[in-house]
Design a protein around this ligand. Sequence first.
Ligand SMILES: [Zn+2]
Length: 873
Amino acid sequence: MKKSHHFFYLLVCTALLVFGCKSSEKQATIDKSAPTNSASDTSATDDAPVYTKLLDPAEVDTTNEVDETPIWVMPKGDYNPEQTKKFHLFHTKLEVSFDWQKQYLNGIATLTMAPYFYAQDSVTLDAKGFDIGKVEMLQGKSNQSLKYNYDSRKLKIALGKKFAKNEKLDIKITYTAKPNELEVKGSEAITADKGLYFINPLNTDKNKPQQIWTQGETEANSCWFPTFDAPNVKTTQEMFITVDKAFVSLSNGKLISSKDVGNGLRTDHWLQDKPHAPYLFMMAIGKYAIVKDKWRNIEVSYYVEPQYEQYAKAIFGNTPEMMEFFSKILDYPYPWDKYAQVVVRDYVSGAMENTTATIFMDALQVDSRYLLDDNWDYIIAHELFHHWFGDLVTAESWANLPLNEAFANYSEYLWFEHKYGIDEADDRWKDELSQYLSEAQSKQEPLIRYNYLDKEDMFDSHSYAKGGLVLHSLRKVVGDAAFFASLQLYIKKYQFQTGEIHQLRTAFEEVTGEDLNWFFNQWFLAAGHPDLTITDSFANGEVILKVVQNQDKRYTPIYKLPLYIDIWVAGKLERHHITISKKEQEFRLKAAQAPDLVYFDGETQLIAEIKHERSIEEYDFQYKNSNKYLARLEAMMHLQDQVNDNELVRNTIFTALNDKSWQIRQEAARALERYSGTADKGKYIQKLKELAINDPKSLVRAVAINTLAALDKETNSTYLQTMNDSSYTVLANSLYAYANTGGAEIQSKVEKFEKIDNFVIAKTLAEFYSYYNTEGKINWFIEKMEKRSGGELMYLLDYFATYVVAQDADVQKRGANLLIEKAKNDPNPTARVSSYLALKKLDKVEDLQNILKQIRTNEKDKQALQYYEMLKE
Ligand SMILES: [Zn+2]
C-alpha cells in the first residue's frame, strides 16, 4: 500500500496556516498582503514537516529531569505473533451482486480447506458485520446444514465431526455484507475500515461517477467475504461478479467469461489460480475506458475514466518497461496472469497492490501538460514491485511489514536509477531520509516491530522511507552483485509463501558467506539511527578524523558503520574505506599535504544525522569538484546563505545556473531571490530571463520566474510570454509574477484559465479569488473541489473557507452547509478533517461550536481522532 501524501503533515500545515509546507507543487503566492502567508517568509529549504516543531524534544523542559524519557520513545504493546494456522485454505469462490440503494453486497462464498496439522471439529472465520443466511457443507450433490455461532465479527462453525490433517472440506456460506452498518462494539478497537465502498451509490452527484471498490489491507476484506483474514494465508480465488451491463468489473487474475443474465445484468467470471493472501482480493466496478498495453505475452491494462483515455498511456505507459526491468533484476519474470491498474474516486489511501489489479487514487488522472512537470512513476513502480515483495512472498505478520513496504519503497530508487539516472535516484534518497528523520523526532521504533499497539501503526515512515534506506545501505555494504543475488534467492525460496525477517537475513548470509546479524540487529530489530559529530584536522602527513556517536544509548545501539571517506589532496580525489564501531573513534588517513576537502560518507549510504562543519571555501570546492549530485546540492544549500556577502560564492551560484542537474539549477535560481545588492544584478536578470523561457526543465523555468519577479519589479512583459508555456507550474508562477509586478488586468488574465483541470492552476485561481474577494465564484470552487482529494483538496478547502467568509450571507450559508456535509460524510478521512478545519474559519455560522463538536464525536477514523486530540478539541 502507498499512503497518499503525509496525512498529518498536510493537516497541521493548514491548522497552523503555514503555507511554507513543502508540496510537490510548491510555488509562489500573491504578494505580502496575501490572505494566508507569502512565499518570501517561508523557507523553501525547510523540508521538515511543521508539526514536528510542536513535538521537538528540544522544546521539552528538562531543566529538572535530565534523564527524562525522550518523546520519541514509544509505548510497547504485547507481542504480536503470526496468526496460528489451523487450516489450509486452498480455494475461495465468491458469487456476488449488489444493492446500490442499501449499499449491500449479496454473496455466496464457497471455501475449500483442510486442517493444517492438528485435527479440527470446528472452524472460525473472520466475517465482519454480515447477515448470515445459510452455512452448509458440500457433500456430493446434497448439502448438509451446519450449526454456527456468529457475533458479527467471527463466524464459528461446527463441522459435525473431526477432520484430520489434509482431509478436505467445502463450506458454503450465504450472506449479506453491510459495510456501512459495521457495528463498533464496546471495547473493540474503533475502525473506519469497511473493506467495500460505494461511491455516489444513488447517482445523486452529477460530478462523480458511480463506483464500487474494495480495500483489504490490513484486515478489512472480511467486511465483504468470510475468510481467515491474516497475511499468512494463501488461497486461489474465483469471483462471479454480477453488475449492471453499463459497468465494467475488474478483479484479480484472468477474465474467464462474461454472461448476460437478464434484467440488464451481466456476470463476469474472474479466476486467480495462483495462491495469494486474502488482503489482496479486490473488485472495482464502474464506467471505465480500458486502455490495453502489453509486456512480453502478458496483458497490461489501464482503467481510467473515459475523459482520461487519451492520457492513460502517458500516465501509466512506463509499466511494461518497469515489468521488464524488475523481472530482470530479480531474475524472476513477473509472476502473474495480467497486470491491470485502475483509478478510483475517493480512495482511502494512495494505492494498493491487489494482485494483478492495483488500485490508485484519482490524483493519477492527469493530462499530458501535467506530466511536463512531474510524473507518477514512483507510485506505479512501488505497487508493481509489491507483486514480488508482498504478493508473491508476503510478510507473514504485520510486525514484518517492512518485508513488503521497504522493498516497494526501494523499488522507486531502483527504477529512477535505471530510467532517469543516479542523480534523480539520489534526489529521492534525500527526500526519503528527511521524511524518516522528521518522523524520528516524535517516534523511533524498530523496523520489525513485534510489540506494536495497533497494526495500522506499522504503515509509517519507518516501514516505508527508513525501510527503503536500510535496503540501500545493505546494498552498499554487500555490493550490487550480492545484493541482487540475495533478493533472487529469497524470492525463489519463498515464492507463494510468506517471509519473516530472519529468512531475508539467511538468504543474504547464504549468498555472501558472511554473518549479517550485526547489520540486521541494528537496522531492522533496533530503534533509532546514528547521530554523528565529525571533525577533521591535518598534522604530520595524516588527516585525523574524529567520529563521535551521540545517540541516546539507553534506546539506540552503538552502530557498526562501514563507509567511505573522500579526501581531495592537491585537487586529486583519494578514497578511504573505514568502519566505525565505537562511541568515539579516531582514524588516521595518509595525505601528502593539508587536504582541500574531507568529505564524510562518500557513497551517501548512511541513515544518520551528521554534523561535519566545513568552511565556505570548502563548500565552494565541494560544489566544483565532487561528481556526486548530493554533495554538490549540499554545497549549494550552504553557499546560498552567502549570496549577499561573498562575491566568490555569488559567482559560483551564477555558474550553477548552467549545472547539468536541473535540481541544482533550480536551487541556484532560488538562491538569487535573496540577492539584495546591485553589482551584477543586470547580468543575473538577463540570465534568469533566458532560463524562464528556455530551460529544458519546466520546474527550473518556474523558479526562474519567481526570482526574476523578486529582482526586477519593473518589467512584467516576460510573464505575458511565459503565460503561454505548456507547463502548469510555469503558468501559475507567471500569473503570480505578473500580479506582483503590477501587471494590468490581472482578473481577466486569471479567469481565462478557469476551465483547466489541474491542481496547481486551481490553487492559483483559488488564491486569487479569495484574495480579491471576486464575486460569483462559489460554483467554480465547488466544481474544482469535487475533482481533488488528499492534500490537494485540503488546500482548496482552505481557500474556499477564506473566500466564503468574505461573501454575502447566502453564499456563506451554502459554503457552511457544504463543509458540514463533507466533514460528516465524506468517505475519505483526510477530506473529512480538512473540511472540519475549513469549517472552523466560518465563525459567523450559528451554533458552530456544537456542530464542530458533533463532527468530532461522530468521527471513527483513528488518525482523524488522534488529530482532533492533538488540536486539543
Ligand atoms: Zn506499499
